[in-house]
Design a protein around this ligand. Structure first.
Ligand code: PLP
Length: 359
């Protein structure tokens, strides 16, 4: 297996891939692959409902929440959220933390009134702004934040108290990387392709009342109430992807659920940030240390030349995906749930060797 540090689609647990491989052609002695089955049949429906109850189970089964499996990626949610929840006379607050927050803001602006509740733009998005004392206008429909900025490598440690205003989070790049209290949120969403499974499935978890009464003029697919009323089976769901999500969720349970996953993620992040910090300035972490992401580790070398050399040499030694996003440059190692400790250890060994050669 490659040492896969891709930002997304990203590494999946080997055990999950092997299980899926074993079931690929003949799922539970039906003589069919799960992807060949009717989504209205009993066998698929069981998987579908299992995935949703397993997800809520991992989050402690909070009352009044529902899971939706949708398509169109987190990008479609950037628009569906304001389409469904930002009505005339209301305004939506956004926390502006970087590239992905900005994409969410761009879509909302096309659809209604918005305001920036907090921003780290002045800091070139290398930190998470203070959200402990936000003042939200009375007509605020919701407050949106990006719990982990995949490109900049920053992550929220604590979420704001919104005083009853629904808090919405794009958790695409850190969902289920640690325990969190779903009760703090009105709605959270994520494209599956980092911590949950393959691309093609988008997960939305929301308080039931936010999934009712979508505005009458909205087309059917874009209405949350369509999907909530039909248990995400209004039209053909991405069935193979949902099956894979269910398998990934089983694997998370086997890792000691979210507390177990968090401990493993923290160990990996500590090893990598430790290597950066102890390099005497040869490697430099990009994000403010207190806001560093445990999922996407962004760092730089002394020159772009040296960074190019690092990427070239790392690729030759079997490391994949270490180039920073084209918009910010530098280097990035995405160490999602499924990236094994051994891969991170191999990377830090490589980093030490590279420093010896070029330092
Ligand atoms: N939000 C975040 C934080 C992301 O990292 C990404 C993709 O990398 C997206 C949204 C966009 O997701 P999708 O490609 O599923 O639309």
């Amino acid at each position: 297996r490659a040492y896969n540090f891709n930002a997304g689609p990203a590494a999946l647990p080997l055990a999950v891939l092997e299980r899926a491989q074993a079931q690929f052609v003949d799922f539970k002695e039906t003589g069919m692959s799960i992807m060949e089955m009717s989504h209205r049949g009993k066998v698929y429906e069981e998987v579908h409902h299992e995935a949703s109850s397993r997800l809520l189970g991992l989050l402690g089964n909070p009352k009044g929440y529902k899971v939706l499996f949708l398509q169109g990626g987190a990008t479609t949610q950037f628009a569906m959220i304001p389409m469904n929840l930002l009505s005339e006379g209301k305004t939506a607050g956004y926390v502006k933390t970087g590239s992905w927050a900005n994409k969410a803001i761009k879509e909302a602006k096309l659809l209604g009134s918005t305001f920036i509740a907090a921003s780290s733009e002045e800091d070139k998005y290398m930190s998470i702004p203070d959200v402990s004392k936000l003042s939200l206008p009375e007509n605020t429909a919701y407050l949106h934040l990006t719990s982990n900025e995949t490109i900049e490598g920053t992550q929220f440690r604590q979420f704001p108290d919104t005083g009853g205003v629904p808090l919405i989070a794009d958790m695409s790049s850190d969902i289920l990387c640690r325990p969190f209290d779903l009760n703090q949120f009105g709605l959270v969403y994520a494209g599956a392709q980092k911590n949950l499974g393959p691309s093609g499935v988008t997960v939305v978890i929301a308080r039931e009342e936010l999934l009712q009464n979508s505005p009458a003029h909205l087309p059917t697919y874009f209405r949350y109430d369509t999907h909530a009323e039909n248990d995400s089976l209004y039209n053909t769901p991405p069935s193979f992807g949902i099956y894979m999500v269910n398998e990934v969720l089983k694997w998370i349970e086997e890792q000691g659920a979210l507390a177990g996953i968090e401990a493993k993620n923290q160990t990996k992040a500590d090893l990598l940030y430790g290597t950066i910090d102890q390099s005497g300035g040869f490697y430099r972490g990009c994000a403010n240390p207190k806001d560093r992401s445990i999922m996407n580790v962004t760092f730089r070398l002394g020159s772009e030349e040296l960074e190019k050399q690092f990427i070239k040499q790392s690729e030759a030694e079997g490391f994949v995906g270490l180039k920073g996003h084209r918009s910010v440059g530098g280097l990035r190692a995405s160490i999602y749930n499924a990236v094994p400790y051994e891969s991170v250890k191999a990377l830090t060994d490589f980093m030490a060797d590279f420093q010896k050669q070029h330092g």
